[in-house]
Design a protein around this ligand. Structure first.
Ligand SMILES: [Zn+2]
Length: 345
């Protein structure tokens, strides 16, 4: 993976290459942002770090890149580098019936990364493993893997690298063992956390890694426009409650992948709170439905009598989504609760 293969992110990439060029590579780093955006950056970063013939450009958007040709670049590009290790969430599968850990799934993970070029998300990974309905975790045996992989002598005489993909999925016992490794880093080792949300990471871990936040750029605005449209059509259905139409609308929402659905529900929650606060304060609130009448009327429906019920219903649906509940059922239940709550104004 070369930086030139990544769309956008030029400022971030130039920052990453300048860190390496300055020789101040930290033993523990975290790239924080959507995995689909961050993982290709991590991959290209490690390739640049190990490249035997780094290319510098005095003109152009990219200041530097790996050569893509040297033996080291080729091994990292094909994920065959003997000093590059991966830790990632796993669960029991039809093949691994107990004590799952990353070591059991290295081949699957490498194929998954090569196929998606790093831009697969957690749902895609679970689908690959056939564990869509389970919650993957990074567990204690994974930590033992980190210690043994990193304590080996580097085959290639350079860096020994460990990528922890979706670091927020680590459980407590993994976190505690990782912490020990971070506290006493072995020389020549690099631990790279790829993390979408650092809220669940131990503060002691966060304080020991050098973090770079990566924005996904355009994606967020696109999401919001799409979400606004979806939210308004759904809200309209909640008043009419015609089963056939509602069911079709819910199908559309359930068609989002789990991560997107969660983002949509969080967006809906934020809009409901804004409607409540603004209408309580007598300020106009724009839903962006394109229908002025609906925009003007809807926020008035959210009052002190129903905001708590609405928040509770949405939070339960977010929780159910996180727990991999069947999306359509969770959304139908949410629709009925919302519809009932809206009548209580
Ligand atoms: Zn190279």
């Amino acid at each position: 993976m070369q930086f030139k293969d990544i769309v956008g992110q030029r400022d971030t990439i130039n920052r990453l290459t300048s860190i390496i060029d300055s020789g101040r590579v930290s033993h523990a780093q975290m790239l924080l942002g959507e995995a689909a955006t961050v993982m290709p950056l991590a991959w290209a970063y490690l390739q640049y770090l190990c490249c035997e013939n780094r290319q510098h450009h005095s003109d152009g958007e990219l200041h530097a890149d790996s050569c893509g040709e040297c033996p080291s670049c080729k091994k990292i590009a094909s994920l065959m580098h003997p000093d590059l290790h991966f830790i990632f969430p796993t669960a029991t599968t039809s093949r691994v019936k107990e004590k799952p850990w990353s070591g059991e799934f290295q081949g699957e993970f490498r194929d998954f990364m090569l196929q998606t070029q790093g831009s697969g998300n957690i749902d895609d990974w679970y689908e690959t493993l056939g564990i869509e309905n389970k919650q993957g975790l990074i567990r204690e045996p994974d930590a033992d893997g980190v210690v043994s992989d990193l304590s080996l002598k580097a085959y290639e005489g350079g860096w020994r690298m460990m990528v922890v993909w979706m670091a927020e999925k680590m459980n407590e016992s993994f976190a505690n063992k990782l912490l020990k490794t971070l506290e006493e880093p072995l020389p020549g080792t690099l631990i790279m956390l790829v993390c979408e949300s650092d809220e669940r990471l131990l503060p002691t871990i966060k304080s020991r890694v050098q973090t770079l936040r990566v924005e996904s750029g355009k994606r967020k605005e696109e999401n919001n426009a799409e979400f606004a449209e979806m939210l308004v059509s759904w809200l309209r259905m909640l008043f009419k409650l015609k089963m056939k139409e509602l069911s079709a609308q819910v199908d559309k929402m359930a068609g989002l992948n789990r991560e997107q659905l969660k983002l949509f529900l969080q967006y809906a929650l934020k809009v409901m709170r804004d409607c409540f606060l603004n209408s309580a304060a007598g300020v106009e609130c724009h839903l962006g439905s394109g229908d002025e009448k609906f925009d003007a009327q809807f926020p008035k429906m959210i009052t002190v009598n129903n905001i708590a019920l609405i928040e509770e219903a949405l939070n339960d649906a977010i929780f159910a989504t996180e727990r991999n509940a069947y999306a359509k059922i969770a959304l139908m239940e949410l629709s009925f609760r919302m519809s009932k709550a809206l009548k209580k104004r």
